[in-house]
Each structure stands twice: as C-alpha cells, then as structure tokens.
Design a protein around this ligand. Sequence first.
Ligand code: AMP
Ligand code: MG
Length: 582
Amino acid sequence: MWSWKVLVFALVAASSFTPVHVLEVCTDHDCFSQDSTASGSQLSSNTFKSRWNINISKLMHDLDQFRVSCNKLLEAFPVDVIDGNFPRPVKNCIFSKSIPTPLKGPLRLAAASKEVIEGILDIDLALTQSDDFLHYASGGRLLPGSVPFAHRYGGHQFGYWAGQLGDGRAHSLGQYTNSAGDVWELQLKGSGKTPYSRSGDGRAVIRSSVREFLCSEAMHALGVPTSRAASLIVSDEPVTRDQFYNGDVKTERGAVVLRLAKSWFRIGSLEILSQSGETDLLRTLLTFVIDEHFSSINSDDPDKYLVFYSTVVNETAHLIARWMSVGFAHGVCNTDNFSLLSVTIDYGPFGFMESYDPNFVPNTSDDEGRYGIGAQADVGRFNLQKLLEALGPVLSQQQQSEAKNILKGYVDIYHKRIHQLFKAKLGLVGEQEVDGHLIAFLLKMMEDTRSDFTATFRQLSDISERQLHSRNFTQFWALEDLSSHKLFSDWLSMLQLRLVRQQNDSDLDRQHRMKNVNPRYVLRNWMAESAISKAEKNDFSQVALLHRVLSSPFVTQVAAEEAGYAARPPAWAKRLKVSCSS
Ligand code: AMP
Ligand code: MG
C-alpha cells in the first residue's frame, strides 16, 4: 500500500482539479436534466434575460451606435513613434498604432456567441448577420472610436528569454464600456501584420480559430476564468502553414476571431520593460494595471507592488488548479501567454486530457513535455518567479525578500485549492482525514487503468449508490474501465464509508452536487477536429452544435448524446495531433 501523503502530493500536484460552477438550467429543446425534462422548443427573449442576465431593452439594433474608446489606453502610455506594419525592434512604449489588414472575401460568419454579443457587447445578435458586422469583426472596417494598436511585450518561451514578442497577429480595437458598466478590451486575432510580426504573416487559419472560439466559450461555461470570443469569421484568403514542421506545407484559409478580455496585459508585458531597463515605464504600467484592475489595492500603499504580486500569485495558483480540475492542458505556458489578471489566454495547442495521465502533453511540438498537464503547477511557479524578477527594479531589498516568501506560499495555495476542488468532484462535504487518501487512491487507479478523466468523474456523479454497490456499470463505460483495478472494491468501500458519515446528505444530493462540478462534455480534440473539417468546407453546423452543447457542459443534452460527445472516444481520436503552428 502506498503512503497517501506521497500520493496526494505527487498525483494531485501532478494532475490536480476545479471548482464549482453555478449550474444553469438549460431550456434548449435538446437539453434535459436528470431530474426533469425541460420543455419549450425555442428560447424566448425572457429566457435569455433570466439565463444570461441580458437586458434586452439595452440591446443596440444599429452597429453605428456601437462605440469603442482607445483614449484611456493610448493616453496612459507613450506610443511607438514609428508608424507602419513592418517588423522592427520597438522601444520606450507600450503600444504601436497598427491598422488591421482586411481579410480577403468572400467573408462568412462561422460562429457568434450570443452570450458575448448580447450579454457583454449589448449588440442584437441579428446584427451579426449583416455585411457591416463581417467587416468590423474581420478588420475591414474600423469601429467608431477605434484607433487600433498592437501591444509590445516579451516573454520566456520554453524556459528561455525570447526578447521582444508582442501582438504579432492581433489588433486591439479599443475598450467598450457596457450597459452594466464593465469595461472590455476588444481584439481581432488573425488580422494581419504588426510591428511585432517578426517572420509571421499576421494571419490565423480556420482550424486554430475554431479551436480558440470554441474553447474560450467552453472554458467560461466550465467556470474557468478566460478571455471570451464574440465571433469567428472565415475567408477564402490563402494562408500557407507547415502544420507539423515537417516540410509538408499546405494552403489553408484565413480566419479572424473577435475576442475580449478585461485586459490583455501579460507577465511578458512587464518583463520586456524590466529587461530593457525602462523602469519608469514599468512603474507606469504597473500603476495603471493596479488602478484599473486591482480595486482592493490602495494606490498610495507603499507596498502596492508587493500586494499586487501576492494577488497574482494567489490567482495564478487558483487558475491552474481550475485547469487541472477539468483536465485542461494549455499547451504553451510561456510567460507571454500568462495573463496578469490570471485568466486563460491565447488558446493554441491545448488539450483536454482523456485517459488519465499526469504526463499528458497536448502539443506535439513540445518534445520534452515541458508543458505537460502534470507540469502546469510547477510552470506556474516558474512564471511567477519571472514576474518577481520583472518587478525587481521597483521593489526595495526588503520587499524583494518578502516577495520571495510570497512565492514560497504558492505551492500551499495551489494544494489547498486542488484539494477543495477534488473533494467537490467526489461529492465530499466537510473535511475528514481520509479525504486526501481517497482522491489520490482514485487517481492512481485511473492512471493504472487509463480511465477517461472527464467521464470517470461524471459517471461517479450520474451513478446511484445502489448501482455503484451492485457493480451495475452497463451505462458507465469509464467506470467499467476503472472497476477492472484490483483495488477498486477497497476504494469503493472507503468512499461509501466516508459518504455515510456525511450528515444531512442523501444520495440524490450527492449526485446533484457532483453533476454541477463534473462536466459531461468537454472539447475533446476529436470533437473539435470533425467540426473543423466541416468548417473548412463552409459547413458550420458542427461548430454551432459544439458551441451550444459546451455552453451547458453540466447538462445532459439529446443532440450531444446523439453525436456521441459523452461516449467512449472513437479509435481514430488517438491518432490526432495538434501543434503550435496556427
Ligand atoms: P504565441 O505564444 O504562440 O501566442 O505566439 C508568440 C508570438 O508569435 C506572439 O507575438 C504572436 O503574435 C506571434 N505569432 C504567432 N503566429 C504568428 C503569425 N502567424 N504571424 C505573426 N506573428 C505570429
Ligand atoms: Mg501568445
């Protein structure tokens, strides 16, 4: 028998997991919950209002009314003195003004997120069908108020300082203050060259854009902090890519995602200033970020940078714990892809782990497995160490040594969060000594039997205690795999004993709690891949289906079941590869 402490730390740290998301009641015609079958064939306006809190009376019915502002961002910092979208080293600024290159037509709207378009941008979804929208959301026409710009940042890539990176294929369009008073920064991704494009063409292809669109929205629905995606526009513009860096160059088609975040500043935004000795600008950017996005920090506090650091350490630990709780591997955890607001950004060769494996590496170009799923917590600490170094020039000696202590606390914050999240995934309430052991024991069995991560936890939620006890696994393929482990019965007895000790709890309550944290559907590569191959032929039906299904990942849905999204992945899924090339 293994020591449970060793397992908790080795396995839970290596694989960890996320928290509770408030379950929405899905009233789509093809959604049903286990407890009751929802009725109604169409979502009425009122349904949207209650479900997504969209205030219909505030929706804009004319795109000319939609205004963004660049004043705050462009006036807060010096702007690049050179104009033009040619690659160059850029110094002493935060942004370069840069006009998007219009995507060549014909343009097609491949997907739009009603939740973002109406719920965040206050725009009537019907307007996304207009030519105006196609042009605004693909870089062909500038939104009223927009003075587009690209952000200068650097970063550590695969462990090494990579120098200047910057938005090489993204343009910020400006900030939008919505009817709820929230400020969002809008960006186009795939919108052409900027001063930061280096050798790239500034474009993004359909496959990577579909993945970014779907995964941003899916992660949000899973309760994981993330940038959002408003729309996906595809074109016939040819873009050449060597997808697997093996000399097999193919012509693909260009696409643009309109994406949103409260801020796109990254660890690399600070690193470049620190590395090039631009300390005044470093201070200006830090003060701006704190004033705009860290409202609990007092701008007069002499320790404000330290408090900022401590907050980012805490939030990054929480974010990675959440990734782990849904089996998400980002794929490229470079410091330029780590947000200062600790939201998931820059979706590339990510993957949701299927068979449980702490060494799961989603990015086939990551030969050494630096960004494998089980390494993410450690990589988070590495990135926070780089953030600390970037803050060096504005911290006193005393503050630097306090910052080092704060970083030492990261592991503990992470473990506490993971422990909470996995307890919730197992339906455990309160704290008992056996809990860590129960989790680690389960993960070890999953690793040995290569059980599917998402399906195992979901099926433990869907199955009744009676079925579990009688080993009736006919409808539970992942549990069937798990139960082949020789210690399964021992573990089950421990779990049942633990659950019995929970006062004021019933089996139905346990199932209900677990179903709210264990998704039935995640964006598996094979699901994305078949939607992509259709989208490349201008059939966007499966993108729409996935978008709809993954907006309610905790709710069993007829269309999703028919598509096999909760079934054992098809054999061909094992051969799929994703790379950085996008
Ligand atoms: P990543 O970390 O993959 O997001 O990309 C690192 C840097 O490369 C960023 O500055 C990107 O904007 C840039 N980049 C990636 N692909 C392209 C492209 N096709 N054209 C121009 N720049 C790119
Ligand atoms: Mg990036």
